[in-house]
Every structure is written in structure tokens, then in C-alpha cells.
Design a protein around this ligand. Structure first.
Ligand SMILES: Cc1cc2nc3c(=O)[nH]c(=O)nc-3n(C[C@H](O)[C@H](O)[C@H](O)COP(=O)(O)OP(=O)(O)OC[C@H]3O[C@@H](n4cnc5c(N)ncnc54)[C@H](O)[C@@H]3O)c2cc1C
Length: 423
């Protein structure tokens, strides 16, 4: 892999997500050689993927080149590769571009979409975990609008205009709101040959309320905002089967739809090679101690979504959201430098900064530890937090410009089928 030998300890980080990037930044230009490996050459800001799917933002504005993050640091290297296996006996990894030895290995591979073993749903639904997948959804939505415009019958037209989103966590709620904005603001103007009343957006949730990880206050408000936008919210509804045309649920709700977006869950994306006990089978997350050390492997660490640190306050591990990943990445960076200096590591303590979700063009719900609120001000807070969390000044400027433009013009300017999606 052409990584030079040096006297410095080599820290190999697999995954340039929130955890991996924050770790790589913390240890750059310090007493270690850093090798960051990712199967993409960019960092993805996943919280805004839904805006790419719904034509609100161009994909480039939520992605950031990983090489740019480490470019100034002479002891840091990036390799574009998929890590296929860990060989802990040899302190080595096997990747799609060759083998590499490590002194310390950090697994920061995040999660992948969980279909809960349903092969039909896996084959026919649209996941939204990466930029290419978000672009597939964008193309499919726009292609379906075009097909609806030339459909011969009302039934056929409605199948193209029925959009089913499964999972009413923050991702599903935000996407449903954004697609409703397409119906309310874009369809009447761009597609005057279509009747917006023929378009239906269903948000299906297996739990008894939307936004199950958030407070009941947030949940009630979000459902109210969604319903006002025209989204048909159905809780206690589990999708059982989808063959690409017909959606079958656990109730008598059944519908024809050419688009089913699967936002119902994730599972860890582990790498082969460690013994079975290192992994919590149900969630595919590595069991780690308070220093993010994988059980029984003193020089292998896991951070972010892939790490399961069970503590009294977090018996099921930390929530799989950006903040634990960022905080663990930063602390592990400091801890690895302490280890190299023969100092003891500091345990991880999560600082919960709250959670939020936006609904449509000017509403959001925010849960802070002692204060919960929703509406326009919450939306403002949501915008500010997301803007400031984006990686790269250029991306922040572009996103701010797009949001302002879209807000003033009731527009979603990225309505382009650049790469048609074939079902
Ligand atoms: C659609 C969506 C919306 C979300 N919205 C929010 C939100 O609003 N707020 C919030 O806090 N959180 C949100 N999250 C969750 C948040 O994005 C994750 O918690 C966070 O990204 C976890 O960071 P991570 O570094 O652990 O993993 P990730 O950010 O997933 O990064 C993992 C990286 O590892 C790479 N990788 C994986 N396997 C390999 C391999 N074998 N070889 C090489 N590279 C590999 C991947 O390419 C990726 O770059 C959302 C997630 C999704 C999918």
C-alpha cells in the first residue's frame, strides 16, 4: 500500500465518518503515523442525505474529500480501499488494495441498512445510507413524476405518485416532510398536467408514535406538522412485503407504489477476523470498554456507531448518532497519544447535547435535557446546528445559499435526473 516505514507507532483508522475524521484530526502531526482508509474518497454528512434525495441540495455540498482533511499533515496518509479482514495475530489488515500492518487499529466503519432478513424488501426498496443511494432516490422520484405525467389510467398514475417511507425516526420524518414540500410547492408549478391530489406520501412506523427515540412532546408536534403538510402517518404499521409494486403491511393497509424508501433501521458494519465474542450479535456492534478498546484486543479499538459501550446510564450503548461518534473519536485520539507515551487512558463520558428533527421548510422539534420545543424557532436552531456541523467552509456557504434560495423561492433547484435509476 506504499505507506513508508517509520519509527513512529502506526495507527490505522478504518472509516472516514464522524468518528474516524475527528480521530484523524486529533492525532495528526503528533507522535504517530496515521493511515486513514475508506471505501469512499469523501466524508458523508449523513444527516443531510435526505435533502439530496429530495432535490434540495447538490450531493457535493454534503460530501468532503478525505485527503483534504489530512493534506497538511506529513505523517498522515489516506488510502481508498475496502478493508476486508483483520488478522489480529499478525497485527495486520487485508484490504482491496493489499495488506497493511498496524500498531493500533481503530474500527470506525459505522452501520449499514438493516432489512431484518426480509429479502423482498432488500431487493425492491430504496435505502438511504450513502450519497449514491440518495441520488438514486432523487432520480427515481423525478422519473416517477415523468412517468405519472404520461400514465394512461388514474391507478397507474397514483402508483407512480404514491411515496411510501418506512420508519418514522428522524430520517423518515425529515424525508417525508421534504417530499411533501415537493408535492405542495413543485408539483403545482412544474407539473401543471398532474393533479397534486393524486400524490400521496405515506409514513409507516412499527412503533406506536413517530420519532420513537425522542420525547412524546417532539413526537406529537412532529406528527401534527407532518399531517398539516399532507403526509399520511400510520403508526403500529409494519411492512411485511414489497415486490416493487405492492406494499403489504401487518394491517389491512395495502397500496400500490413504485417507490418504497427504507429508513427503518441500521445494523453495524463489522469487519471479519475478530472472534465472535467481540461482537454483539443482535446489533453487529463491537463490545468495547470505556476506553473504546474491543474486548480481549488491547490494541484494537472501535468508535462511533459500530462501538457498543454498555454503561449504567446507557445499558443498550450510546445512541447511534453523530455526537457520540465525534466525542469518542476525539477522546480516543488523545488516549492513543497517551498510550504511546506510556500514560493511562481516560474513560469516555458522553455529553448529550440533545436531539432534533426538521419537518418541511420551516418547522422542527428539539429535545434538550431540560427544555423541549418545536416550531419555527426550533427550525432555526436545527439549521444553525447542521450548518455549523458540516465539514468545510465551502460546503457551509453553498448549503446556506441553497437554503436561502429555496426558502425565498419555494424551490428545490437540484431537480435533475443526471444518472437515471433502473429498478
Ligand atoms: C440518513 C441518515 C440521517 C441521519 N441523521 C442524523 C441526524 O440528523 N443527527 C445525528 O446526530 N445523526 C444522524 N444520523 C446518524 C449519523 O450519521 C451516524 O451516527 C454517524 O454517521 C456515525 O458516525 P461513524 O463515524 O460511526 O460512521 P459513519 O459516519 O457511517 O462512517 C463510516 C465510514 O466507514 C466507511 N467504511 C465502512 N466499512 C468500511 C470498510 N470495510 N472499509 C473501508 N471503509 C469502510 C464508510 O464508507 C464511512 O465513510 C443519520 C444517519 C443517516 C444514515
Amino acid at each position: 500500500m506504499n505507506i513508508p516505514q517509520s519509527n513512529l507507532s502506526r495507527i490505522v483508522i478504518v472509516g472516514g465518518g464522524f468518528a474516524g475524521v475527528n480521530l484523524a484530526k486529533t492525532i495528526a502531526n503528533k507522535n504517530a503515523q496515521v493511515v486513514l482508509i475508506d471505501k469512499h474518497n469523501y466524508h458523508t454528512f449523513q444527516p443531510l442525505l435526505y435533502q439530496v434525495s429530495s432535490s434540495g441540495l447538490e450531493p457535493d455540498s454534503i460530501a468532503y474529500p478525505l485527503r483534504k482533511i489530512i493534506k497538511k499533515h506529513k505523517t498522515s496518509f489516506f488510502r481508498l480501499a475496502e478493508v476486508e479482514q483483520i488478522v489480529p495475530e499478525n497485527n495486520e489488515i487485508i484490504t482491496s488494495i493489499g495488506h497493511l500492518s498496524y500498531d493500533y487499529l481503530v474500527i470506525a466503519t459505522g452501520t449499514k441498512t438493516n432489512y431484518f432478513g426480509n429479502k423482498a424488501i432488500q431487493s425492491n426498496s430504496m435505502p438511504m445510507k450513502s450519497v449514491p443511494q440518495a441520488l438514486n432516490i432523487r432520480s427515481l422520484i423525478l422519473q416517477n413524476f415523468e412517468k405519472a405525467a404520461i400514465a394512461d389510467t388514474k391507478e397507474e398514475r397514483e402508483a407512480y405518485l404514491n411515496f411510501v417511507i418506512v420508519g418514522a425516526g428522524p430520517t423518515g420524518v425529515e424525508l417525508a416532510g421534504a417530499i411533501a414540500e415537493l408535492k405542495n410547492n413543485i408539483l403545482p408549478r412544474d407539473y401543471h398536467d398532474l393533479d397534486p391530489d393524486d400524490m400521496h406520501i405515506y409514513l409507516l412506523e412499527g412503533a406506536e408514535r413517530v420519532l420513537p427515540p425522542m420525547s412524546e412532546h417532539a413526537s406529537k408536534k412532529a406528527e401534527k406538522f407532518l399531517t398539516k403538510l399532507g403526509v399520511k402517518v400510520r403508526c403500529n404499521t409494519v411492512v411485511k412485503h414489497y415486490d416493487g409494486s405492492t406494499v403489504t403491511t401487518n394491517s389491512d393497509l395495502k397500496m400500490e407504489s413504485e417507490t418504497l424508501i427504507w429508513a427503518a433501521g441500521v445494523t453495524g458494519a463489522p469487519i471479519q477476523g475478530l472472534k465472535a465474542e467481540a461482537l454483539m450479535e443482535k446489533t453487529n456492534r463491537y463490545n468495547v470498554n470505556q476506553f473504546n478498546q474491543v474486548e480481549d484486543y488491547p490494541n484494537i479499538f472501535a468508535v462511533g456507531d459500530i462501538a457498543l459501550m454498555t454503561l449504567e446510564d446507557y445499558p443498550k450503548g450510546h445512541p447511534q448518532v453523530a455526537q457520540p461518534a465525534i466525542q469518542q473519536g476525539k477522546l480516543l485520539g488523545k488516549n492513543l497519544l497517551r498510550l504511546i507515551d506510556n500514560k493511562s487512558m481516560k474513560p469516555f463520558v458522553y455529553k448529550d447535547k440533545g436531539s432534533m428533527a426538521t419537518i418541511g421548510r420551516n418547522k422542527a422539534v428539539v429535545d434538550l435535557k431540560h427544555y423541549k420545543f418545536g416550531g419555527f424557532f426550533a427550525w432555526f436552531v436545527w439549521m444553525f446546528v447542521h450548518l455549523m456541523s458540516l465539514v468545510g467552509f465551502r460546503n457551509r456557504v453553498i448549503v446556506l445559499f441553497n437554503w436561502t434560495y429555496n426558502y425565498i423561492n419555494f424551490d428545490k433547484a437540484a431537480r435533475l435526473i443526471i444518472r437515471p435509476f433502473k429498478k
